[in-house]
Design a protein around this ligand. Structure first.
Ligand code: PLP
Length: 395
């Protein structure tokens, strides 16, 4: 039962949802309760009468966090207003003044994270950062072991499925290797989600999701979530989130929780659609190459099968339109984008319930040397519908 107070009396409403509590500050009933509330600020558990101020903690946000803890199987989850905000929280809790830190990042991670590393961590905070780079579309784990043993990083950070090459990392092996040398492990699991792999079960220290993507899944909010099992990390993260004001709004938390109820259904269907589409694209003479971890031709297919246990391979596909010259590839890319419109649109995000696309070269420049590259985020439309739109575009 949800209790609310009118000017006259307390009333109970038989709602099954946590309402959107838009209060900036919450009424504390006495000085003693106020002391207790401030003393418990960094606890995840909270007495209903001990909410203080929405930048610290908000009941609607806590309710959404508890729903995510269930999908993630984690001891705690903290929401913030974007994926970038949780990346900032996750990394900042490991930063200590006077401590010489050395952090190892995989180079194939989200471009925004790479910019954060160079502009914030390196330029502003002076953290020593190293990168581990794949050989084409696979990681050399012997080289990784040597690198970790040599530089002894305090922290190792990677994405389960990279963007846009969709390299699947051997997550368990990386965790083992890092922890052997005392490094903490942070994993951005946005592309795989907890449905395909739960890194905390394999010993990861922190897991990040841009909840803007599959967890909310409707392209209608930005949010990020940080999950873990270590209580002291949680307390540091709660404190940092409070100081920098990275808190998610209760309105977004409410929508995220509602939409999270259909996350497994949506993402299962999206993975199925993507598998089907990848196979279809691979057969097309108009396409030069298809990257999808579910295809046997993908460099990390075997790793994907082992790590994700055949539950799916994600819902992102990257492919290159064929052409004899770069100009011809660009022209075909543009005709393809026009040909699939309006059902499939150029929208620079992913994880939406609609199938959407992005032209690789326009985003990553010449980094991947493929002017005809398209990155597609597959939605949950009926499979035949997407196939027929793609066929029209290819024609
Ligand atoms: N991590 C990954 C893998 C992403 O793709 C993104 C955004 O695209 C982010 C983190 C950042 O998330 P947000 O845009 O919600 O800040």
């Amino acid at each position: 039962l949800i209790t609310f107070t009118t000017n006259m009396e307390k009333k109970e409403i038989n709602s099954v949802r946590t309402p959107v509590y838009r209060d900036a500050g919450f009424e504390l009933s006495s000085a003693d309760i106020t002391s207790a509330a401030f003393a418990a600020e960094t606890d995840h558990e909270r007495e209903p009468d001990q909410y203080i101020y929405s930048r610290y903690r908000n009941p609607t946000v806590v309710s959404a966090e508890e729903a995510i803890m269930k999908t993630e199987g984690s001891q705690w989850a903290l929401l913030a207003q974007s994926g970038m905000a949780v990346i900032d929280i996750a990394l900042s809790v490991f930063q200590e003044t006077g401590k010489k830190s050395r952090w190892l990042f995989f180079s194939e991670i989200y471009g925004g994270t790479l910019s954060y590393i160079s502009s914030v961590l390196e330029k502003r905070r002076g953290i020593k950062v190293d990168f581990f780079t794949p050989e084409g579309d696979i990681y050399d784990y012997d080289l990784l072991a040597k690198t970790i043993a040599q530089i002894k990083p305090d922290l190792v950070y990677f994405e389960t499925i990279s963007n846009p090459l969709l390299i699947v990392a051997d997550g368990r092996r990386i965790i083992r290797e890092a922890q052997k040398h005392g490094a903490k492990v942070i994993i951005d699991n946005t592309f795989a989600t907890s449905l395909l792999w739960k890194p905390l079960d394999d010993g990861a220290d922190l897991v990040i999701h841009s909840a803007t993507k599959y967890l909310s899944g409707h392209g209608n909010l930005t949010a990020g979530v940080l999950c873990g099992n270590d209580r002291s990390l949680m307390q540091k993260a709660i404190e940092y989130r409070k100081y920098v004001g990275h808190m998610l709004s209760p309105d977004d938390a409410y929508r995220l929780q509602t939409q999270l109820a259909s996350f497994e259904l949506r993402f299962t269907r999206q993975c199925e659609n993507a598998s089907r589409l990848a196979a279809m694209l691979q057969k097309s003479p108009h396409i030069e190459g298809v990257l999808y971890p579910g295809l046997e031709t993908h460099g990390t297919h075997t790793t994907a099968l082992e790590l994700l246990g055949g539950k799916g391979y994600g819902a992102m596909i990257t492919f290159d339109l064929a052409g004899k010259t770069a100009e011809e590839k660009r022209a075909r890319r543009d005709r393809f984008i026009a040909g699939v419109y309006p059902e499939i649109r150029l929208i620079p995000t992913l994880g939406d319930f609609h199938t959407i696309l992005m032209p690789g070269e326009a985003v990553w420049g010449t980094k991947y040397h493929e002017p005809g590259m398209i990155r597609m985020s597959v939605g949950f439309e009926p499979g035949e519908e997407i196939e027929s739109v793609i066929s029209r575009g290819l024609k």
